[in-house]
Structure formats: C-alpha cells, structure tokens
Design a protein around this ligand. Sequence first.
Ligand code: ADP
Ligand code: MG
Length: 728
Amino acid sequence: MASLRFHALKESISYKSKTFVEAGRRSELFGTNVFNESTMRQYLTRDAFRGVMSAIEDGSKINRSVADQVASSMKDWALSKGVTHYTHWFQPLTGTTAEKHDAFFETTENGNAIEKFGGSQLVQQEPDASSFPSGGIRNTFEARGYTAWDPTSPAFIYETTLCIPTIFVAYTGEALDYKTPLLRALHAVDDAATDVCRYFDKNVKKVTSSMGWEQEYFLVDKNLVACRPDVTLTGRTLLGHSSAKGQQLDDHYFGSIPNRALNFMRDLENQCMLLGIPAKTRHNEVAPNQFEIAPIYEEANLSVDHNSLLMDVMGRVASRHNLKVLLHEKPFANMNGSGKHNNWSLSTDTGVNLLKPGKTPMSNLQFLTFFVNTIKAVYENEELLRATVASASNDHRLGANEAPPAIMSIFIGEQLTKVLHDLEGVTKGKLSPQEKTDLKLNVVGKIPDVLLDNTDRNRTSPFAFTGNKFEFRAVGSMANCGNPMTVLNTIVAKQLKDFKVEVDALVDGKNFKKDEAIFNILREYIKSSRDILFEGNGYGEEWEKEAKKRGLSNNKTTPEALKAKIAKSTVALFEDMKVMSKIEVEARYEIEMEAYIKHIQIESRVLGDVARNHIVPTAVKYQNILIDNVKGLKEIFGKDYEDLAKEQLKLIRAISGHVEGINGKVTKMIGERKQANALADVAKKAEAYCEKVKPFLDDIRYHCDKLELLVDDELWPLTKYREMLFIR
Ligand code: ADP
Ligand code: MG
C-alpha cells in the first residue's frame, strides 16, 4: 500500500496542468446548448412557441399536438449539434441527479433506421426506477414512478445527450423527487405574494422567487485520493493527522488561484456557459485547496436545477484535470468545511425586488412588509428550517463552532434593527394623521435604498439580510437546494397568506385604512418574532445560552433535527399550502433518516476496515523494525542496550497501546452496529447510530492519527493531509 502512496505522489507531482483555452467570448457562448427562448423562437412554429411560453408563464397545460411539435424541433436542434441520445433528467431523493439515456435511433420495417423523438417521449417516461428511495410510497400503493416534463426549466445538451428536466412522481401522484414540491412551493409563494403586492400595486400579476447559490468545494489530486479508501467511499477523511501548516496563516483565502485549479475553473465555467449556468464569481476559500463558484441569481427552480447540474458537471470536468472534487461538508478535520449559501429573494413581474428598500415611503412599506413577514416566517418555523439542512455530513458543520450554529437566527444589521424598533412603537389601532406623516417621513421614509453598514459583516449568522436578499448560509455544500428552497418558500407563502387575512380583517371589519392596518399588523409581528433576531457572534457559547432562554431550538444532530419534519404543525403547513401531503412528508422523513443511518454505517465500516487492515499492519511492521533494532543493539552492546534503546522501547510500547486501542474499539463498534441494525424503528436506529456508533469514529481515529505521527513515513500507506492539501 505504501508503494501506492509513493506512486501517487510521484504522479501528482509530475502532472503538468493543461492550460484551458476558452472557445470564445462568454456572452456568445452562453446558453448555446440550451433549448431556451431564442432557440425556441428559431425552431418552433408560432403555435408551439406560444404553447410553451404560456406553460412557463402561467402554468397552462401543453396539448398533444404542441408537444409533438416541440419534440420534433428539439430533436432537429439536438441532431444539428451531434446529439445521439435523449434522457429525462431528474432529481430523486438520493440527492444526486438521475438519467437514463435512450437513442433517437429507431429501426423501420424495411430494415432501415431513422431518428425519432415524439411528444409522448418528451412529456412522459417510465424509468424502471424501483431502486430510488420512495419512503414506502410505492410499496404501499404498488405503483410505479414516472417522470414528466417541466417546461419551466429548459432542455439542454450535455456532451451528446439531450437532457429534459422532469419531475419524478408515483403513479398515485406522490412526489418522489425534490423538484415536484419545489414547484408547488413556488406556486404557493407566487399566489400569496402577488395578493400582498396588490396592496401596493394593482398591476402585479406574478411574483417569482429568485435564488443565487454560492458553492464551496475542495479540489484534490485524483491519484492522491485513489489511495484513500475513506475519501473514495465516503467523500471525507475518516482519519489523518493535521498538517503542520493548515489554514493558520489565512494565506489561501482570496489568494491568487493555483494554476491547475484555475484551468479546472475555466473549463468548468466554459461548460457552465454552454449549459446556460450564469457562473460569475470564483475565488479561493479559507482552507488550502478550497474554492468557491457562484452564479448570477436566477428563478429559483432553474437555479436549483443549475446547481444540481453543476455538481455533476464539476466531477466530470475535474476528472479531465486529474482532480477530484470534494463536495462533502467536512472533508478534512480541523479545517474549514464547505457550505452552500442560498441567497433568496422575491420579485414581481413589474421588475421590483420585494426585499430591496425602495425610494419612496410606499415602496419602503412594501419592502418592510416582505421583510417582516419573512422574519416572522423564519421565527415560526425555525426548527423546520433547521431540519431542511440536516444530514450526516452537514452535522460536522452545524454547531461545530466554525459554520453557522444549529440554532436558526436572523441578522439584519444596525439600521434595520433601528427601523424595526421604531415600528414597534406605532400606536395600536387607528393612527392620527400626524403619526402617519411622521412614520412615513421619519421611519419608513428614512430607510436608505443602499444599506450602508451593508449588513453582511456578520458571517456567523445562519440567515442574514444582505441588503436586497436574505442569505441562508446553513445549507450543506452537497445538498440539493430544492429541499431548503421548498421549505423557505412555503413558510413565507403561508405567512403572507395569514398576513393578508389579518390586514383584510382590519380593513373590511374595522374600517382601517390599508396602511394603518399594515402598520398595526407589522408592529405585532415584530414584537412577537423579536427573539429570532440576533446580531452578535453566532459561534459563541454565550449565544447558545441566550438562544436557549429565548426558546429557540438547538438540534445538533440529524436524528434530532429531522423530527421537526413530521411534526403535526409541519404536516398541516404543507397540506395547507398544497406543497406536500402527509404521506409525502412522512416518506421524506423516512428516507432522510435511512440515509443518515446508511452514511454512518458506511463510515463505520470503512474506518473499521482501514484501521484494522491498513493502519494496524503498518504499525506492526514498523514495530518489528524497532524490535529488530533493539535486538541488534542488545547483541552489540550487551546490557548497555537498555539505555541506548530507551526511546525505541517507548515507541514499541506506544505502538502496542494504540494497536490495542484500535482493535478493541473496532470490535466494540461492530457490536454497537449489530445492536443498532436489529432495531426496527427508524428513529431509534438513527439515534443508536448517532449516539452509540458514531462516537467510535473519533475514538478510533484518535489512535490512527497518533500512529501516523509515530510510524516511519516511508511505510505509511495513506496520503497525508499535507499532501492532499498542498500539492497543486
Ligand atoms: P457575497 O455573499 O459573497 O458577499 P454577493 O452578496 O455579491 O456575494 O452575492 C452572492 C450571491 O447572491 C450571488 O450568487 C448573487 O447572484 C446572489 N443574489 C444577488 N441578488 C439576489 C437576489 N435578488 N435574489 C437572489 N440571489 C441574489
Ligand atoms: Mg454570500
């Protein structure tokens, strides 16, 4: 094994990075492989074009003849670009993307062949998808799953395959993917927000949820990963002693991008351009070999698709540069982990960003309405929101003193804190003309359209207002954004719906003027959700204590956090907003708990194997060398050897101690795993894995890492931290 490590090191040191040459101007390349509006204009008949556009804009159904026309044009376009296959492209609850390629090629009766693609293949497919997680939905109903075209996310070509974004549902209608509930949530927030907007502007017909993600990742030489079974199988290092130099000097963050990484980024961004992913920003992150890519924001459904697609494309592009992308939230201990900030906002079809302060008192009242309602929504659903970012891998970040804590709170900055404070003082009931004028001039009117303290300074907040959007920072780097985006949009939709009911009750029932009613309701919201606002250091212990006093949840592990997903209130929320049924909610809970169990189970098996079959034999081999040395010294020096071999003897004992530690703990861990596996209840099993099995991972690692420092480097089989983090 050690020879494999040295071979890998040699390969990676001698690797010559290929300079990636961009094929042209990005603005010209952008969207070339996307069946977007301009391509559709070119390829579709007028009828077909209108049909698709109205499906995109107002969700109307596409009839059979339009579908046939669209399919035929898509095929012509794809063939003109050398495409041979098509696939429905979807996001099952495994968290990755799924595809099954079919050739356009068909044989004809006379023994010839043609390229064929009809409306029925475009609109619906029945992948043999019985192996995707369904949380029991399909077992219960003995129904199969099918995929159905989502015209709001345009088809695209990746290499030689035409990919058609689809939803994935059971025949009985239940969602089996991330996209279906997201689309329902986006619909719900559109309805609710449009209604509220119409208090301010009767012309608003549609509100769109926008999202811009920031994706963090690590790049490690492929050869170096290949001799790490832990990284290969689990995406993270389950053992490995810290490098003497890590990120202490802060010399990587925003530093000049290493050559090979830059070539990878150029290549990746080139793919992004072709695929219509509007990649905009790239930079080094805090940890060595950690980087970030961020696009320009887009409509939320499209943005979620683009992030899922990106994660897939990243892996393939990296391979061309002899690199491996690690999207795991914590690939290296004692090193910054990776997250994925989800920047979120709402905007109208009249071009107004509802979370951007305006220039007039009226537009600022609209801003405040959406701002305060979002705060209230997060306050009321903080535990559910926390649950949407729960996973075995993200547990290493949340609450681990380096990323946002497992406690949800909102940072809004000094200026807006003051505005909310002033609004709390609004008189109850009807307002005097003097107070109204005063409010408009001195409170609402004074919200600057550029927030100068730009509110973004507090990087420890999991949910921060950053001037014209909220930034949900607790999302895991590996996560499918569909999950948090579904919940965020649903809770805001529900909140806006309730808000409208309350305002209408004052206007219709109590003869309040509209703005009076809004001020009154907002005042109550600010008072009741004050506890979610926190401007201090979210990583500190003080905050944990304070949050507890405020009654905020602090669910540090996934099994604990996920319970909020099946709370009665959650089921009621999703049913009320028509986003998910009880069955769908419960199925997801089950799937996520199962995923948690499996992840810990795999990590535990891998570590058991590596510790026993790689580390222990290596340690024993080195110990034997030491023993030979001691024997030799004894032979030469007689009884003086004891003094001369003092250190060797200590080492021999130390090694034995760690070997014993490893073997004993691996045996115990296997025992705990057996007991956990025997539990039938998924929650109990997940808890057992969390509380009984998982602690062994750190315990066993401790001995392995100690041995790494004792054993001759020449014998050590696994690539070391310093090699994975600093070879570029
Ligand atoms: P940072 O958070 O690193 O300081 P920025 O604040 O400039 O960076 O932007 C981060 C992300 O926010 C980008 O992906 C950007 O597209 C996104 N973003 C900007 N405006 C909006 C918006 N109105 N809705 C959603 N996302 C947005
Ligand atoms: Mg950010």
